[in-house]
Write a protein that binds this ligand. Structure first.
Ligand code: SAH
Length: 257
């Protein structure tokens, strides 16, 4: 059995309880060494075989899984954040299906949640944005034409850019072309939840300069949108005149009392 496990955004205590238990029980761990905090591996058994997949190809990863499965071992494939976001797990799952090797997925705290916590922000503010667009700039991996940044920008929604910290001139131009104002608030969150976490705040027009001045080129998320600003409406859920399944509205009489 292969367990795909989300390692969380970096801090060792932000893996799930289930994920940590799977690491403790594993006979073999394959971890994405470029981003997974190696301190998580301290929980592994002494006898556990540990592979850093940063230097391996997909075929080499699969060969380890196949051999370990044949030996009846418990296998953990540790991915950064949550495996469903830019995790390249689909190709592994399909290859395991072809080999009749069973697998399960244990979710993790994605770095975009870690970044929001780091800057103490809420992505979905009433009357500001009720939508979070998770995307990336086009680099060596192509982005489908209909998802080009300029067209996504036309929504003016909250945007989180993964894998784009080295492409900020291009990001700025496309987001401006798509309709964000030059003074739209932005944040760069480097290594959210790691001890070396850094946060740089500014506006869209300054985005490439902000990263350059801070010397940030990778392992960062770019957050864009008015959710970083000061204006928003209060949530209806906690409004006194709003009835929910759990709470009756305070009547206007009662409110006056
Ligand atoms: N599955 C991961 C993302 C993997 S793609 C997740 O859910 O977070 C790798 C990209 O994620 C990096 O280039 C960077 O943009 C972002 N990233 C991962 N960990 C990060 C962290 N702790 N802080 C900021 N960005 C991070």
């Amino acid at each position: 059995m292969v367990h795909f496990v989300g390692a969380g955004p970096g801090a060792v205590d932000l893996i799930t309880v289930r994920g940590q238990q799977l690491i403790r029980e594993a006979d073999v761990i394959l971890y994405a060494g470029s981003l997974v905090n190696p301190a998580l591996l301290k929980e592994a058994k002494k006898s556990c075989d540990i592979y850093n997949t940063a230097t391996m190809t997909l075929d080499e990863v699969l060969a380890v899984m196949e051999r370990s499965e044949a030996e009846g071992k418990r296998i953990v494939r540790l991915h950064t954040g949550d495996p469903s976001i830019y995790g390249a797990i689909r190709e592994q799952m399909d290859a395991l299906d072809r080999r009749n090797i069973p697998y399960e997925v244990c979710p993790g705290v994605s770095s975009f949640c870690g970044a929001a916590a780091a800057i103490k922000a809420e992505y979905t503010l009433p009357e500001v944005s009720q939508t979070v667009i998770i995307t990336r700039a086009e680099g060596r991996t192509a982005v489908p034409e209909r998802e080009q940044l300029a067209s996504l920008a036309s929504h003016g929604a909250t945007m989180v850019l993964f894998l784009s910290a080295g492409l900020l001139q291009q990001v700025k131009e496309e987001l401006l072309a798509g309709g964000y104002e030059p003074d739209t608030p932005c944040a760069i969150v480097y290594k959210a939840t790691w001890p070396e976490e850094r946060i740089v705040k500014g506006v869209l027009n300054e985005l490439p300069k902000m990263a350059e001045n801070a010397g940030i080129r990778k392992t960062a998320l770019i957050l864009v949108g008015d959710f970083l600003g000061d204006e928003y409406a209060l949530s209806r859920l906690y409004a006194p005149d709003f009835t929910t399944e759990y709470r009756h509205a305070v009547s206007s009489d009662a409110e006056r009392l």
